[in-house]
Design a binder for this molecule. Structure first.
Ligand code: ZN
Ligand code: ZN
Length: 273
């Protein structure tokens, strides 16, 4: 049971890479004993053409009305929040600004799924490229995204790229990328934007969340305090995945609180040691 936690990153069939009915996600979260959840459906405009032809442009009116109706049904048992995961690219600032002005989101995650017009999720992405150079380019792209647009609450899975490299995180060292990562973390803190601890990395066999403990510890050391927690579930059985491990990571990094955003405002919850 996870009675102290919220899972603030999940998808349902309103995202084109999930077939999970929203209500099933909610039922599972209640069974797990979570205090609350936030749906964060994908919005990735200008997503590249891929073998599975995904279109990450949800019908927000339908997404919102479905969520509000389910909140009427289940809201006594669990808090249900309305969020979005924006697929950042530097040229999309205007598109995102107008969306967040229009939609009454509780929580907005900014994530980098696309770099140089391709998603590293697909195996040919790394062909003919040096892994370390790709990682550096990915972090530089995140910095460019942040400088172009900062209207979101946390940066999602900051080292997402490590899931897909030929050797994943085996050769990743913070020190090899310290200059760009320090710049990125400092800029997040200066703009009051948090980091997400995404437990997907455990599922992908990294033995680490995304971002990894080294990055989380550095963010804390530089003064960062805003950490949200999400499993990035696309199906009910992945909700709150490895949250026990996540909690230990946060405590080791020196965090005493995790954060939940409602109506774009942070609330801090004590992590019970
Ligand atoms: Zn994502
Ligand atoms: Zn996601």
């Amino acid at each position: 049971m996870y009675t102290e936690f919220w899972d603030c990153h999940m998808h349902s069939s309103f995202s084109s890479d999930s077939t999970a009915p929203m209500e099933e996600m909610i039922r599972r979260a209640i069974r797990l004993g979570l205090r609350g959840i936030c749906f964060t459906e994908h919005y990735d405009p200008d997503y590249p053409e891929t073998p599975d032809h995904l279109d990450f442009s949800p019908d927000f009116a339908s997404y919102r009305s479905t969520l509000y109706a389910l909140r009427e049904t289940w809201g006594q048992k669990i808090r249900i929040l309305y969020g979005v995961e924006l697929g950042l690219q530097p040229h999309l600032a205007g598109t995102f600004s107008s969306l967040i002005r229009k939609e009454p989101f509780d929580f907005v995650i900014g994530s980098s799924h696309v770099m140089d017009h391709a998603d590293p999720y697909y195996p040919d992405f790394f062909e003919g490229k040096e892994e370390k150079a790709v990682y550096r380019r990915y972090f530089e792209t995140e910095l460019a995204c942040l400088q172009a647009f900062s209207g979101f609450d946390v940066y999602g899975h900051l080292d997402y790229i490590l899931r897909y490299g030929p050797r994943k995180n085996a050769d990743f060292r913070y020190a090899d990328h310290a200059e760009v990562l320090d710049a990125l973390l400092t800029e997040l803190i200066r703009r009051g934007i948090g980091l997400e601890l995404n437990t997907g990395g455990f599922h992908y066999g990294l033995e680490q969340p995304n971002p990894c403990e080294e990055i989380l510890a550095r963010y804390r050391k530089l003064g960062g305090e805003i950490i949200t927690l999400g499993a990035d579930a696309h199906a009910p059985d992945r909700i709150a995945y490895s949250f026990d491990r996540a909690k230990n990571v946060l405590l080791r990094c020196g965090f005493r609180y995790f954060t939940v955003f409602t109506q774009r405002t942070p609330t801090f919850y004590l992590i019970e040691p």
